[in-house]
Design a protein around this ligand. Structure first.
Ligand SMILES: C[S@@+](CC[C@H](N)C(=O)[O-])C[C@H]1O[C@@H](n2cnc3c(N)ncnc32)[C@H](O)[C@@H]1O
Length: 236
Protein backbone atom coordinates (compact mmCIF):
# COMPACT_ATOMS: atom_id res chain seq x y z
CA UNK A 1 0.00 0.00 0.00
CA UNK A 2 1.45 3.36 -0.98
CA UNK A 3 1.79 6.18 1.53
CA UNK A 4 0.80 9.79 0.96
CA UNK A 5 3.84 12.07 0.95
CA UNK A 6 2.86 13.40 4.43
CA UNK A 7 2.52 9.95 6.01
CA UNK A 8 5.06 8.44 8.40
CA UNK A 9 6.81 5.33 7.09
CA UNK A 10 6.99 3.08 10.13
CA UNK A 11 8.74 0.29 8.24
CA UNK A 12 11.87 2.42 8.55
CA UNK A 13 13.19 1.61 12.00
CA UNK A 14 14.31 4.32 14.38
CA UNK A 15 16.65 3.74 17.31
CA UNK A 16 18.29 0.35 17.61
CA UNK A 17 18.27 -1.56 14.32
CA UNK A 18 17.14 -5.16 14.90
CA UNK A 19 18.25 -6.17 11.42
CA UNK A 20 20.57 -9.09 12.13
CA UNK A 21 20.32 -12.37 14.02
CA UNK A 22 23.29 -11.35 16.21
CA UNK A 23 21.59 -8.12 17.37
CA UNK A 24 18.37 -10.04 18.00
CA UNK A 25 20.11 -12.75 20.06
CA UNK A 26 21.98 -10.10 22.06
CA UNK A 27 18.68 -8.26 22.69
CA UNK A 28 17.06 -11.44 24.00
CA UNK A 29 19.98 -12.24 26.32
CA UNK A 30 20.16 -8.66 27.68
CA UNK A 31 16.46 -8.40 28.37
CA UNK A 32 16.45 -11.71 30.20
CA UNK A 33 19.02 -10.13 32.56
CA UNK A 34 16.83 -7.07 33.08
CA UNK A 35 13.32 -8.54 33.17
CA UNK A 36 11.68 -11.76 34.22
CA UNK A 37 10.01 -11.90 30.83
CA UNK A 38 8.12 -15.15 31.43
CA UNK A 39 6.72 -13.95 34.75
CA UNK A 40 5.73 -10.64 33.10
CA UNK A 41 3.90 -12.49 30.33
CA UNK A 42 2.17 -14.93 32.70
CA UNK A 43 0.78 -11.93 34.57
CA UNK A 44 -0.33 -10.23 31.35
CA UNK A 45 -2.10 -13.36 30.08
CA UNK A 46 -3.89 -13.77 33.41
CA UNK A 47 -4.86 -10.08 33.60
CA UNK A 48 -6.21 -10.07 30.03
CA UNK A 49 -8.15 -13.26 30.77
CA UNK A 50 -6.76 -15.01 27.67
CA UNK A 51 -8.09 -18.50 27.01
CA UNK A 52 -8.21 -21.34 24.50
CA UNK A 53 -10.68 -19.85 22.00
CA UNK A 54 -9.06 -16.41 21.89
CA UNK A 55 -7.27 -14.84 18.93
CA UNK A 56 -4.63 -12.24 19.81
CA UNK A 57 -1.91 -10.11 18.23
CA UNK A 58 1.43 -8.91 19.53
CA UNK A 59 2.72 -5.83 17.70
CA UNK A 60 6.48 -5.27 17.83
CA UNK A 61 6.72 -8.87 19.00
CA UNK A 62 10.52 -8.92 19.09
CA UNK A 63 12.01 -12.27 20.06
CA UNK A 64 8.56 -13.75 20.65
CA UNK A 65 8.40 -14.36 24.40
CA UNK A 66 4.78 -13.16 24.62
CA UNK A 67 3.83 -14.72 21.29
CA UNK A 68 5.04 -18.17 22.31
CA UNK A 69 3.36 -18.10 25.68
CA UNK A 70 0.10 -16.80 24.20
CA UNK A 71 0.23 -19.45 21.45
CA UNK A 72 0.35 -22.18 24.12
CA UNK A 73 -2.83 -20.76 25.73
CA UNK A 74 -4.87 -19.34 22.81
CA UNK A 75 -6.33 -20.46 19.48
CA UNK A 76 -4.21 -18.21 17.27
CA UNK A 77 -1.58 -15.49 17.61
CA UNK A 78 -0.55 -12.88 15.05
CA UNK A 79 3.15 -12.04 15.51
CA UNK A 80 3.78 -8.64 13.93
CA UNK A 81 7.09 -6.83 13.62
CA UNK A 82 8.93 -4.65 11.11
CA UNK A 83 12.12 -6.70 11.64
CA UNK A 84 12.47 -9.85 9.56
CA UNK A 85 15.28 -10.99 11.88
CA UNK A 86 12.95 -10.73 14.89
CA UNK A 87 10.20 -12.66 13.10
CA UNK A 88 12.69 -15.36 11.99
CA UNK A 89 13.94 -15.69 15.55
CA UNK A 90 10.39 -16.05 16.88
CA UNK A 91 9.53 -18.58 14.16
CA UNK A 92 12.68 -20.61 14.97
CA UNK A 93 11.74 -20.76 18.65
CA UNK A 94 8.15 -21.77 17.86
CA UNK A 95 9.22 -24.48 15.40
CA UNK A 96 11.66 -25.96 17.89
CA UNK A 97 8.73 -26.28 20.33
CA UNK A 98 6.30 -27.60 17.69
CA UNK A 99 4.00 -24.55 18.05
CA UNK A 100 1.98 -24.06 14.85
CA UNK A 101 -0.81 -21.59 15.63
CA UNK A 102 1.23 -18.42 15.00
CA UNK A 103 0.83 -16.21 11.92
CA UNK A 104 4.05 -14.21 11.21
CA UNK A 105 3.56 -10.85 9.57
CA UNK A 106 6.12 -8.26 8.62
CA UNK A 107 4.44 -4.94 9.32
CA UNK A 108 4.34 -1.95 11.61
CA UNK A 109 1.74 -0.28 13.81
CA UNK A 110 0.78 1.94 10.90
CA UNK A 111 1.31 -0.38 7.96
CA UNK A 112 -0.23 -3.62 9.23
CA UNK A 113 -3.83 -4.06 8.08
CA UNK A 114 -5.72 -6.62 10.07
CA UNK A 115 -8.08 -8.74 7.99
CA UNK A 116 -10.33 -11.54 9.14
CA UNK A 117 -11.86 -12.02 12.54
CA UNK A 118 -11.65 -9.17 15.04
CA UNK A 119 -9.25 -9.90 17.87
CA UNK A 120 -9.89 -10.66 21.51
CA UNK A 121 -6.73 -8.89 22.62
CA UNK A 122 -3.73 -6.93 21.41
CA UNK A 123 -0.46 -6.73 23.27
CA UNK A 124 2.46 -4.44 22.61
CA UNK A 125 5.50 -4.03 24.78
CA UNK A 126 8.50 -1.72 24.44
CA UNK A 127 7.56 -0.87 20.86
CA UNK A 128 5.08 2.04 20.61
CA UNK A 129 7.86 4.51 21.49
CA UNK A 130 9.17 4.01 17.95
CA UNK A 131 6.45 6.41 16.80
CA UNK A 132 6.20 10.16 17.47
CA UNK A 133 3.09 11.08 19.49
CA UNK A 134 0.93 12.17 16.55
CA UNK A 135 1.48 8.75 14.97
CA UNK A 136 0.96 6.94 18.26
CA UNK A 137 -2.63 8.17 18.10
CA UNK A 138 -3.11 6.61 14.68
CA UNK A 139 -1.49 3.39 15.88
CA UNK A 140 -3.81 3.21 18.90
CA UNK A 141 -6.82 3.93 16.68
CA UNK A 142 -5.73 1.02 14.48
CA UNK A 143 -5.38 -1.27 17.51
CA UNK A 144 -8.90 -0.30 18.58
CA UNK A 145 -10.22 -1.10 15.10
CA UNK A 146 -8.62 -4.58 15.17
CA UNK A 147 -10.41 -5.51 18.39
CA UNK A 148 -13.85 -6.93 19.12
CA UNK A 149 -16.18 -4.79 21.24
CA UNK A 150 -14.90 -5.24 24.79
CA UNK A 151 -11.53 -6.51 23.49
CA UNK A 152 -8.49 -5.98 25.68
CA UNK A 153 -5.26 -4.06 25.11
CA UNK A 154 -2.02 -4.45 27.05
CA UNK A 155 0.45 -1.66 26.45
CA UNK A 156 3.84 -1.57 28.15
CA UNK A 157 6.58 0.91 27.31
CA UNK A 158 9.12 3.41 28.51
CA UNK A 159 6.76 6.23 29.47
CA UNK A 160 7.75 9.04 31.84
CA UNK A 161 5.46 9.61 34.81
CA UNK A 162 7.52 12.06 36.84
CA UNK A 163 7.97 15.72 35.93
CA UNK A 164 11.14 15.66 38.01
CA UNK A 165 12.84 13.66 35.26
CA UNK A 166 16.20 15.42 35.79
CA UNK A 167 16.38 13.32 38.95
CA UNK A 168 14.36 10.20 38.11
CA UNK A 169 15.97 9.38 34.76
CA UNK A 170 19.60 9.32 36.03
CA UNK A 171 18.44 7.32 39.10
CA UNK A 172 16.69 4.80 36.85
CA UNK A 173 19.74 4.45 34.58
CA UNK A 174 21.98 3.84 37.61
CA UNK A 175 19.58 1.22 38.94
CA UNK A 176 19.48 -0.61 35.60
CA UNK A 177 23.27 -0.44 35.34
CA UNK A 178 23.67 -1.97 38.81
CA UNK A 179 21.07 -4.69 38.19
CA UNK A 180 21.72 -5.63 34.56
CA UNK A 181 25.04 -4.15 33.45
CA UNK A 182 26.45 -1.14 31.55
CA UNK A 183 25.45 -2.33 28.06
CA UNK A 184 21.73 -2.12 28.90
CA UNK A 185 22.28 1.28 30.55
CA UNK A 186 23.88 2.46 27.26
CA UNK A 187 20.86 1.16 25.33
CA UNK A 188 18.54 3.04 27.67
CA UNK A 189 20.40 6.29 27.28
CA UNK A 190 20.31 5.95 23.49
CA UNK A 191 16.59 5.19 23.73
CA UNK A 192 15.91 8.35 25.76
CA UNK A 193 18.02 10.50 23.42
CA UNK A 194 16.79 9.19 20.08
CA UNK A 195 13.41 7.50 20.37
CA UNK A 196 9.92 8.84 21.11
CA UNK A 197 9.02 7.87 24.66
CA UNK A 198 6.47 10.31 26.01
CA UNK A 199 4.74 11.26 29.27
CA UNK A 200 2.01 9.16 30.90
CA UNK A 201 -0.49 12.03 30.74
CA UNK A 202 -0.01 12.27 26.97
CA UNK A 203 -0.25 8.52 26.38
CA UNK A 204 -3.33 8.21 28.60
CA UNK A 205 -5.08 10.95 26.61
CA UNK A 206 -4.20 9.12 23.39
CA UNK A 207 -5.54 5.82 24.77
CA UNK A 208 -8.84 7.40 25.82
CA UNK A 209 -9.27 9.20 22.50
CA UNK A 210 -8.64 5.91 20.71
CA UNK A 211 -11.67 4.42 22.49
CA UNK A 212 -10.02 2.62 25.39
CA UNK A 213 -10.84 2.64 29.09
CA UNK A 214 -7.75 2.22 31.26
CA UNK A 215 -8.67 -0.53 33.72
CA UNK A 216 -5.33 -0.72 35.47
CA UNK A 217 -2.04 1.15 35.34
CA UNK A 218 1.26 0.09 36.87
CA UNK A 219 4.07 2.63 36.95
CA UNK A 220 7.67 1.99 37.98
CA UNK A 221 10.87 4.03 38.32
CA UNK A 222 9.12 7.10 36.84
CA UNK A 223 9.94 5.53 33.46
CA UNK A 224 8.02 2.30 32.84
CA UNK A 225 4.26 2.10 32.39
CA UNK A 226 1.97 -0.88 31.97
CA UNK A 227 -1.63 -0.31 30.91
CA UNK A 228 -4.45 -2.85 30.88
CA UNK A 229 -7.30 -1.45 28.82
CA UNK A 230 -10.71 -2.36 27.39
CA UNK A 231 -12.17 -1.20 24.10
CA UNK A 232 -15.24 0.77 25.10
CA UNK A 233 -15.99 2.63 21.88
CA UNK A 234 -15.22 1.90 18.30
CA UNK A 235 -12.78 3.61 15.95
CA UNK A 236 -13.63 1.51 12.88
C1 LIG B 1 12.59 -3.13 22.12
S1 LIG B 1 11.92 -4.36 21.07
C2 LIG B 1 10.62 -5.05 22.08
C3 LIG B 1 10.36 -6.49 21.76
C4 LIG B 1 9.36 -7.21 22.65
N1 LIG B 1 8.01 -6.74 22.46
C5 LIG B 1 9.74 -7.14 24.10
O1 LIG B 1 8.93 -6.70 24.93
O2 LIG B 1 10.86 -7.53 24.44
C6 LIG B 1 11.01 -3.36 19.92
C7 LIG B 1 10.42 -4.16 18.76
O3 LIG B 1 9.54 -3.32 18.02
C8 LIG B 1 9.80 -3.50 16.64
N2 LIG B 1 9.35 -2.27 15.95
C9 LIG B 1 10.03 -1.12 15.73
N3 LIG B 1 9.26 -0.24 15.10
C10 LIG B 1 8.05 -0.84 14.91
C11 LIG B 1 6.84 -0.43 14.29
N4 LIG B 1 6.70 0.76 13.75
N5 LIG B 1 5.82 -1.30 14.26
C12 LIG B 1 5.94 -2.54 14.83
N6 LIG B 1 7.06 -2.98 15.41
C13 LIG B 1 8.10 -2.13 15.45
C14 LIG B 1 11.30 -3.76 16.57
O4 LIG B 1 11.67 -4.40 15.37
C15 LIG B 1 11.49 -4.65 17.79
O5 LIG B 1 11.28 -6.00 17.51
Amino acid sequence: MSLSPWEYDDMVHIGKDFASREVVKAYDARHRRLRDVDKENEAVIAALGLRGDHVVADIGCGTGAFVLMAARRCAKVFAIDISTAMLDYTRGRAESEGIRNIVYLRGGFLTYRHEGEPLDAVSTSLALHHLPDFWKQRALNRMNAMLKAGGRLYLMDVVFSDEDYERTIPAWIEKVKAEAGPDIAEDLMAHIRNEHSTFTWILEGLLERAGFKIDDRILSDGAIARYFCTKTSSRD
